[in-house]
Design a protein around this ligand. Structure first.
Ligand SMILES: Cc1cc2nc3c(=O)[nH]c(=O)nc-3n(C[C@H](O)[C@H](O)[C@H](O)COP(=O)(O)OP(=O)(O)OC[C@H]3O[C@@H](n4cnc5c(N)ncnc54)[C@H](O)[C@@H]3O)c2cc1C
Length: 559
């Protein structure tokens, strides 16, 4: 196959990247490829699309395509060499293949257990199910439908259900998200592509396979998760919702069972394998394992506030086009940004999990503690843009090297946020936040501010330690020079953004196994991923590790 990159077209040509036909793009490909007379392009597909806004408001679509011709491989190679164009090369895309169990793999005597149905647990379960392991997935939270209802209740009247919220429940933390699928994982194995292809197989929009900033949106992601669950069950897997993995049962130091807590009480499920994919918010599970001396270490993470702007301001600054309708004409989505700087304290200040045309959400999961995050639907069509503005914190800020000090630090911040807003999402104008104004508690228009959850104006600046507040203000002022209006009248901040990643790392060896043989710490909660795609990739790697060591148990139709 031949890949051509850096193909430039005015934005919106051919009806944009998602269009069924691409006459102008095809014409450009022909011109660049200069196929010998009598030869033809058989097929081509877009493999990468991004927008070049450096000459805004003149905007360009930048494409990479993969194509086949009626030339044979040798002729294609010769043609590519003759073109002497650095953007044209011969390409043979890598297809991900799940490894067979190794020769000396032992046969399992019971099903592998997977705690957590977030991206890490789900992809681990999917690949083990495809390979005949009939995994048993334990999910402490509610199944999708009940979970959605519970989250809506929290956002409507503030009733928090510890088993159904933005952190816990079927699909994990990513379910109520923007569904951004970027990941910084340098992956030559094809696992990342496999994750995206699997999402498309279960109903995600195909543009995630080529968009530079792929995203699914929470409205579509929910269906994708349920279809994956159904497929895992069709392949012999099983899901137990409202079933929480608790303490480990070991024999000679190795795993032989897991205590599980259900509505009907506590019981032990025999297990040789437990994939622990419980996410960054399972603090009780972390404490249980820590008490059982499962080796783990403190890990730095980031905290801050979530900032909100009119989406038009961001579109104007990034694309030079303010109006959403004008953007739509060019088949362009609401615009995003990525900002980073250093405060005079030396800490990095950066934007995180930016949600264009999205919502700020009450992402709490524990009574008396309040955390926020961001989400959007696939259309990204709300009037406001939001992102977290955070600083990295570690032992210096936690005040101790105690392994769980970061977790306690998060809890304290969230208690301050809960108190600041009286249990509702605390909001403050950026100006008042900067000037540490004594903002009086007053109901905020959550609709207008695109906040999912009851919100009140409150002194958000009080939630953060002085030094972190200082850094964030310095960062915001710097970002205002990069995006004029970033600290304007229409800018609001909400608190607290505390669940950016896990405050601990559960140690594992090169076989992805903890010092407790049979325990496989996996995903974001274990400290090995940050985001939906990298968590899913870690789930895949863990399934591979299980398959290298164990064969599926004999299929006698029982546990
Ligand atoms: C509101 C929000 C928006 C986000 N937006 C994005 C985004 O746009 N893009 C992105 O890449 N990332 C985003 N993230 C982060 C992303 O969701 C996580 O990085 C990712 O989901 C981590 O996957 P995971 O499978 O490791 O853990 P999680 O998704 O956290 O899943 C863990 C699962 O384990 C369950 N569980 C916990 N304890 C137990 C137990 N003891 N027994 C059984 N089950 C248990 C939980 O209920 C949960 O379902 C967002 C997160 C939130 C909260």
């Amino acid at each position: 196959m031949i890949q051509i990159s850096q193909i430039k077209l005015p934005c919106g040509s051919d009806g944009g990247p998602g269009s069924v036909s691409h006459p102008q793009l095809e014409a450009k490909i022909r011109k660049l490829l200069r196929l010998p007379k009598g030869h033809r392009i058989q097929s081509f597909r877009i493999v990468r699309h991004s927008v070049d806004a450096r000459h805004k408001p003149e905007l360009y679509d930048i494409y990479s395509v993969l194509l086949t011709t009626d030339l044979n491989e040798k002729q294609e190679g010769a043609l590519v060499r003759s073109l002497k164009n650095k953007d044209i090369c011969v390409k043979n895309p890598k297809t991900y293949v799940f490894p067979e169990p190794s020769e000396n793999a032992l046969r399992l005597s019971c099903r592998p257990l997977i705690a957590g149905s977030g991206p890490a647990g789900l992809f681990c379960a999917y690949l083990l199910a495809v390979s005949g392991y009939r995994p048993l997935v334990l999910e402490r939270g509610l199944a999708m439908e009940e979970r959605v209802a519970a989250v809506e209740r929290l956002w409507q009247d503030g009733t928090l259900d510890p088993s159904g919220n933005a952190q816990f429940g079927e699909g994990g933390a990513g379910t109520f998200s923007d569904g951004k699928l970027n990941s910084n994982v340098k992956d030559h194995s094809g696992r990342t592509d496999f994750v995206l292809q699997t999402f498309v197989k279960f109903g995600a929009p195909p543009d995630i396979l080529y968009e530079f900033h792929p995203h699914i949106g929470t409205d579509i992601l929910r269906g994708v998760v349920v279809r994956m669950r159904e497929e895992i069950i069709r392949l012999g897997g099983e899901f137990l919702f409202e079933t929480k993995a608790g303490a480990l049962v070991t024999e000679n130091g190795a795993l032989c069972g897991v205590h599980v807590l259900t509505k009907d009480g506590d019981k032990v499920i025999p297990a040789k394998v437990l994939v622990l994919a419980t996410g960054h918010s399972a603090r009780d599970t972390i404490r249980t394992l820590y008490a059982q001396k499962v080796p783990m270490e403190q890990k730095a993470f980031a905290v801050g506030v979530r900032v909100s702007h009119p989406q038009q301001l961001i579109n104007q600054q990034q694309y030079g086009i303010r109006d959403q309708a004008a953007l739509a004409k060019k088949h362009l989505p609401a615009c995003s940004y990525k900002l980073v700087t250093h405060a005079s304290s030396g800490r990095g200040v950066y934007s995180f999990c930016m949600c264009p045309g999205g919502y700020i959400v009450n992402a709490s999961s524990e009574p008396g503690r309040l955390a926020v995050n961001g989400m959007s639907d696939y259309a990204r069509d709300s009037r406001r843009a939001n992102s977290a503005i955070v600083v990295t914190v570690g032992a210096e800020e936690f005040g101790s090297g105690d392994t769980l000090a970061g977790l306690v630090f998060q809890e304290k911040l969230e208690e301050s946020a809960f108190q600041a807003g009286g249990g509702r999402v605390p909001v403050q104008s950026y100006k008042d936040f900067r000037d540490r104004a004594d903002t009086k508690l007053q109901k905020a228009d959550d609709q207008k501010l695109c906040i999912k959850g009851q919100a009140v104006f409150a002194p958000v600046h009080r939630i953060l330690p002085e030094s972190l507040h200082q850094d964030i203000v310095e960062g915001m002022e710097t970002f205002d020079r990069m995006i004029p209006g970033f600290t304007g009248e229409e800018t609001y901040v909400c608190g607290v953004e505390s669940r950016t990643s896990s405050p601990v790392r559960i140690l594992r060896d090169e076989n992805m196994e903890s010092m407790v043989p049979g325990l496989y710490p996996c995903g974001e909660g274990a400290g090995y991923a940050g985001g939906i795609t990298s968590a899913a990739v870690d789930g895949i790697k863990t399934a591979e590790a299980v398959a290298r060591r164990w064969r599926p148990m004999e299929n006698r139709g029982n546990r």
